[in-house]
Design a protein around this ligand. Sequence first.
Ligand code: SAM
Length: 239
Amino acid sequence: MVYHFDHLSSVGGRIFEEERRRVVRSLIAEGYLRTQAVVDAMLRVPREEFVLPEYRRFSYYDTPLPIGCGQTISAPHMVAIMTEKLEPRPGQRVLEVGTGSGYQAAILAEVVGPRGHVWTIERIPQLAEYALNNLRRTKYLDRVTVVVGDGSEGYPPAAPYDRVIVTAAAPDIPKPLVDQLEDGGRLVIPVGSRWIQVLKVVVKEGGRVRVERDIPCVFVPLVGKYGFKEVENRDRDIW
Ligand code: SAM
């Protein structure tokens, strides 16, 4: 028996594209997507390329999905909310803490464009490798640098940043991340306990730091020097 994978993948590609449009339309209707640049980014980046094969058919369900090592790719509505709060602009330098699948980094790469750059830092080497492969296949590596390390300390070699986004839950706002923020910069970060957090937006203006509280949210923990100390990386089969 000969299977024609090209034919199947092109059909799959078309279906995913329709599903992507559907989820973006619903994120606009729900008020999560508010700017054309972020809408365009979410229409362009194929989430199915950042999802594990066994969950691919759920790529456009508005839910987080497991990516291995006890971690998750965030739900599309959370990516939309955080990207809109971050207010990224073309040409900017962005630091993402918590690379995971690489999906959020690809969204940011679309918005900052060819003159901008995204540094994304991940503490689990296998996930950094997974993200690197996903970003290579989807052709974002000219604008994204993947780093392995403790992002709760930021990434001093490329600082300062116009924007910093943390996609894991921190007990407090890590001071190094505020220090590495450019004047006029913005930092978006979930802050709270292991099980519930509030999304915070930190704005640096004229050397002053203002913190705004936004919506409640639930993220996996930021583990590191300025994060939580304990870690549980076990995956459990939920089927
Ligand atoms: N932004 C990711 C995406 O688009 O797939 C999802 C991120 S996932 C919710 C959180 C990630 O933060 C996990 O991959 C986890 O390993 C990582 N993480 C936790 N603590 C970290 C730290 N101190 N430095 C860097 N990454 C960290």
